[in-house]
Design a protein around this ligand. Structure first.
Ligand SMILES: O=C(CO)COP(=O)(O)O
Length: 253
């Protein structure tokens, strides 16, 4: 049985004091970490303080991106090496907003995933199609190609420990969710792609999240599907109350 993983992606929201208040409220909840993994992917400038504020709790902290080089003249960037040094344990890689606004490609995503593992960070690798691609029935081929490119050259062990987040671009921040059955079909196609590339054991262990307008009202149905092992959540992760409801759904799935 794959453990559910619910990750909040705060994007460029919250001040430091809001972030700390959120974590304080969340820490009061009794979330069973044997049933659900809880991750908050926060803006880079809060990571240090949030790692400290979540020590000895069920909450893990993730970054929203990283640079693939260990160090160097890359103004404004943060490396996996630096994230690991702070005690960060997850990193979102290849989010569609990074691909769209910051020119990330399948090739840079692959380099970042490799660098994440070199620094003991669990990558949450985002893939997903545009509305136009969906309308042309290209979803599964686009998403499978993104997955294979992201995982190229990784060991079976690394692939097994990766998290793939299927986020249809047209469902992000729009209130439009893929139906649970459609999301499950694409997650199944991702698992089959991994089966072809890395074998049965890896494919049955790797965790695949759905992301795109996930909220307390729709998460239960999504998590009831065979191939959906969690959620990567933007808007509904910003308030502690609604994030807790998502975690409870993860515990009970
Ligand atoms: O992009 C997302 C998470 O990475 C999804 O955002 P929303 O949940 O706000 O649609």
């Amino acid at each position: 049985m794959r453990k559910r993983v619910i990750a909040g992606n705060w994007k460029m929201y919250k001040t430091l004091s809001e972030a700390k208040d959120f974590v304080e409220q969340l820490r009061e909840k009794q979330v069973d970490s044997s049933k659900v993994e809880t991750v908050i992917c926060a803006p880079a400038l809060f990571l240090d303080q949030l790692v400290q504020a979540t020590k000895d709790s069920f909450i893990s902290i993730g970054a929203q991106t990283m640079h693939e080089e260990k160090e160097g003249a890359f103004t404004g960037e943060v490396s996996g090496h630096q994230l690991q040094d702070l005690g960060v344990s997850y990193v979102v890689i290849g989010h569609s907003e990074r691909r769209q606004y910051f020119n990330e490609t399948d090739d840079t995503v692959n380099k970042k995933v490799i660098a994440a593992f070199e620094n003991n960070l669990t990558p949450i690798i985002c893939v997903g199609e545009t509305l136009e691609q969906r309308e042309q029935n290209e979803t599964e081929s686009i998403v499978s190609a993104q997955v294979m490119a992201a995982l190229e050259g990784l060991t079976e062990e690394s692939v097994e420990n990766s998290i793939i987040a299927y986020e249809p671009i047209w469902a992000i921040g729009t209130g439009k969710t893929a139906t649970a059955d459609d999301a499950n079909d694409v997650c199944q196609a991702i698992r089959e792609t991994i089966l072809d590339g890395f074998g049965e054991e890896v494919a049955s262990s790797v965790r695949i999240q759905y992301g795109g307008s996930v909220k307390p009202e729709n998460i239960e149905e999504l998590l009831s599907k065979e191939h959906i092992d969690g959620a990567l959540v933007g808007g509904a992760s910003l308030q502690a109350d609604s994030f807790v409801k998502l975690l409870e759904a993860g515990e009970n799935a």
